[in-house]
Design a protein around this ligand. Structure first.
Ligand code: BTN
Length: 331
């Protein structure tokens, strides 16, 4: 089921959200939004029926106490600080893969910044044909349609934009240990917090669209992952020791993403590369790399101006454009 936001309720909610812990009078809401007092009351009740807890106190007004743990437009729209990203939001309770939906939308002309988001995926996909598992209602699972003005050979740069944004959002959510494994896995203490699946379509010499699929383990508990993932996956909540409000995190992630996409568009790849290096967990480590049908070992020395990983091996410096990296030991 796909849901879109009814405008009036969203406006009332945005007004209450902006007031934070303060009460706002029914009169102030009706003056500001141009609804009758009866209509304000009706919208407040409609929001309550959807799981919002809204206090009503005579002579003081309304106060938003709790929002439901859901990632629909009603929850996200009041929190969005972005210009383009997430304002057109396609929310699903359950979907096969948000990337597959976003790719279909992109082919049908979706605009830059449209977001597909869900509570649960039945066929989530990871990099290199792997399965991506999402316990229902626990994580942030979304795909963003982008229309960058880029030649195809620079598309890999965007993947690093995504990992920088993810890592900064995770750190802002209280996970100081979040760091990036080349090219774009997010780890904390060696366990996987989040991943990015980037897909794109090319038309002559330009990128037609890019879809970023972002899967972040936000509140999932170890026992909710399949047994084979329990030892290798973690979540923001597990790392920080308390639950993370998913809508707040999703809004912060989209804001970081837009900020770094803008920076990349205005200043090119270099500031992204510098940020990536600072947030990297890979550089300076001994690594094993699987690339094509080759396996090599060496010291992860740097990323170059194309985002390729430079690995110092006994045979010389190797330049890795795509592959899987395993961290072998501490620096
Ligand atoms: C990886 O680390 O292998 C990448 C995982 C990417 C998972 C996300 S979840 C949202 C989007 N939809 C998918 O089917 N995959 C990506």
């Amino acid at each position: 089921m796909e849901a879109t936001a009814p405008g009036s309720e969203e406006l009332v909610l945005a007004f209450l959200a902006e007031a934070g812990d303060e009460y706002v009078s029914g009169e102030a809401i009706s003056d500001k939004l141009g609804f009758s007092r009866a209509a304000v009351w009706k919208h407040v009740n409609a929001l309550r029926a959807q799981g919002y807890r809204i206090d009503a106190v005579p002579a003081r007004g309304y106060r938003l106490v709790e929002i439901p743990d859901r990632l629909g437009a009603l929850e996200l729209a009041p929190l969005l600080a972005t210009r383009d990203l997430g304002h057109a939001l396609h929310w699903f309770e359950e979907v096969d893969s948000t990337n597959d939906v976003a790719k279909r939308l992109a082919d049908d002309g979706a605009a830059h910044g449209e977001v597909v988001i869900c509570e649960s995926q039945t066929a989530g996909r990871g990099r290199r044909g792997r399965v991506w598992s999402t316990p229902p209602g626990r994580n942030v699972t979304l795909s963003v349609v982008l229309r960058p003005d880029l030649p195809p050979h620079r598309a890999a740069e965007l993947t690093m934009v995504a990992s920088v944004a993810l890592c900064r959002a995770a750190r802002r959510a209280g996970v100081a240990a979040a760091a990036i494994k080349w090219p774009n896995d997010l780890l904390a203490h060696g366990k996987k917090l989040a991943g990015v699946l980037t897909e794109l379509a090319v038309e002559s010499d330009r990128v037609q669209w890019v879809v970023f699929g972002l899967g972040v383990n936000v509140n999932a508990r170890a026992e909710e992952f399949p047994p084979e993932l329990r030892e290798v996956a973690t979540s923001l909540a597990a790392e920080r020791g308390e639950p993370v409000p998913r809508a707040l995190f999703a809004a912060a992630l989209l804001a970081e993403l837009e900020e770094w996409l803008d920076r990349h568009a205005a200043e090119g790849f270099e500031p992204v590369r510098q940020a990536w290096r600072e947030l990297s967990d890979t550089l300076g480590r001994e690594v094993r790399v699987l690339t094509g049908d080759r396996e090599l070992r060496g010291l992860a020395a740097d990323v170059d101006a194309d985002g390729a990983l430079l690995v110092r091996t006994p045979e010389g410096l190797e330049r890795i454009l795509s592959g899987d990296v395993e961290h072998l030991r501490l620096r």
